[in-house]
Design a protein around this ligand. Structure first.
Ligand code: PBG
Length: 336
């Protein structure tokens, strides 16, 4: 017999509203708590003299290296555990092979060095994928019409090493090539970077919600409507997500990501029920843009909806959330 019926009778003896009667008792029985420790803050960076505003992502400006150091200090002071960096690459630095990704003095590496120097107790995450650097906007190199898997993985390993040399704490591959986690682990360990963590985008779906991100890193025009469906997952699939996660864990992932976030909470829950590994959800650009737009129109209460979505990720089983709201949420969560 279910526990509830043995312990409790039915209405009118049982009244679930009793626990909800006062704020103190609601707090006492609350099952899920959101804290500043749950937040990872993705930030876009740009070269001096380029445009900062991203119209489709209000409040998430691209920052120069100087500005990002200030933002990092703010994150560190308020207790955000880690920030994640994404570059806007000037068009003249893009090519079909994404070579700028391997430049040890590129924008990302400059930012990593500057942030690690200024904020030693803040975790710094860098993305591994070629899309901010390729003239075609894909995450790997194209051979004919296809993104070549193994050749791309080799380049991604070099990209990771360049970032590790700059001092990054976590490498986060978002490219969805097969076998890249094992290859990255081996490449990093081979150069003495066994302490660098791998947070893999294990279940990353081919999503329409990435639109504003592609505005922010400037890859939308390069992609010119092309699809990433040959490497990112089909939104109809869920068993396949478990296979992706299982493989990434086997290959050496320390933590895994499910992405996008809110429309894929069922995936988070299935991964949580199946594996003992820290899971993060990425509340992506399109999710952020929807809330911002609705709030700007006065259709939703911004702070309330923001915190409710973040709590939903925790309830579904996440250890933490990548979110462009991180600083705004942290301010509310740490206010007394
Ligand atoms: C690409 C990458 C994407 C995001 C993070 N890394 C977009 C894509 O796959 O096209 C999306 C993040 C967001 O939408 O906020 N490697």
């Amino acid at each position: 017999m279910p526990k509830t019926t043995t312990i409790l009778g039915q209405y009118p003896e049982t009244r679930l509203r009793r626990n909800r009667r006062d704020d103190w008792s609601r707090r006492m029985v609350r099952e899920t708590i959101l804290s500043v420790d749950d937040l990872i803050w993705p930030i876009f960076i740009r070269e001096d003299g380029t445009e900062g505003e991203v119209p489709s992502m209000p409040g998430a400006r691209r920052l120069t290296v100087t500005e990002v150091v200030e933002a990092a200090r703010e994150a560190e002071n308020i207790g955000i555990p880690a920030i994640a960096l994404f570059p806007y690459t000037n068009p003249d630095k893009k090519c079909a092979e994404g070579k700028e990704a391997l430049n040890s003095d590129n924008l990302i590496c400059q930012a990593i060095r500057a942030i690690k120097k200024a904020c030693p107790s803040l975790g710094v995450i860098a993305d591994v994928a070629l899309d901010p650097y390729t003239s075609h906007g894909h995450d790997g190199v194209l051979r004919g019409y296809h993104v070549a898997n193994d050749e791309s993985v080799e380049i991604l390993c070099q990209q990771a090493l360049v970032q590790a040399e700059a001092g990054v704490d976590i490498i986060s591959p978002s490219d969805m090539m097969d076998g890249r986690i094992g290859a990255l682990r081996k490449a990093l360990d081979g150069k003495g970077f066994e302490h660098v963590r791998l947070m893999s985008y294990a279940a990353k779906y081919a999503s329409g919600f990435y639109g504003p991100f592609r505005d922010a890193v400037g890859s939308k025009g390069n992609l010119a409507g092309a699809s990433k469906a040959t490497y990112q997952m089909d939104p109809g699939n869920t068993d396949e997500a478990l296979r992706e996660v299982a493989l990434d864990i086997q290959e050496g992932a320390d933590m895994v990501i499910v992405k996008p976030g809110l429309p894929y909470l069922d995936i988070v829950r299935r991964v949580k029920d199946s594996f003992n590994v820290p899971i993060f959800a990425y509340q992506i650009s399109g999710e952020y843009a929807m809330i911002k737009a609705a709030a700007q129109n006065g259709w939703l209460d911004h702070d309330r909806v923001m915190l409710e979505t973040l709590l939903a990720f925790k309830r579904a089983g996440c250890s933490g959330i990548w979110t462009y709201f991180a600083l705004e949420a942290a301010k509310i969560l740490t206010a007394d």
